[in-house]
Design a protein around this ligand. Structure first.
Ligand SMILES: [Zn+2]
Ligand SMILES: [Zn+2]
Length: 110
């Protein structure tokens, strides 16, 4: 069994090795990386359940950044995420500087 090359990233959801070009960072606040399919599935599930979209790693509470995840998402999912962020701001659920930045970005999408 050949050892995996050291630089190869591993998806934090399915634990499969990925080529660096396939690895998606979900947040600037952590270094976790995910494959396209896992990231897209995670974000979609979180949006459908109405919760905040956080890093899927159980030990990590970083909020995912729509801009970083955008290339893995369909336009539909990305649009719903931005609306959810706007709604969350309206309800006062978001207060961190990172969240505020996302909300401003979502507002510019309109
Ligand atoms: Zn994966
Ligand atoms: Zn993380």
């Amino acid at each position: 069994m050949a050892a995996a090359p050291e630089k190869q990233a591993t998806c934090s959801i399915c634990m499969e090795p990925m080529a660096p070009s396939e690895a998606h960072r979900g947040s600037r606040a952590c270094a976790h990386a995910f494959c396209h399919a896992c990231l897209a599935g995670h974000v979609r599930a979180k949006i459908e359940s109405g919760g905040g979209v956080r890093c899927p790693d159980a030990s990590c509470a970083a909020a995912l950044n729509p801009e970083l995840c955008r290339s893995a998402l369909s336009a539909d999912v990305f649009g719903s995420w931005c609306s959810a962020l706007c709604e969350a701001m309206f309800l006062g659920n978001y207060c961190g500087p990172e969240d505020m930045m996302l909300v401003e970005m979502a507002a510019r999408m309109k």
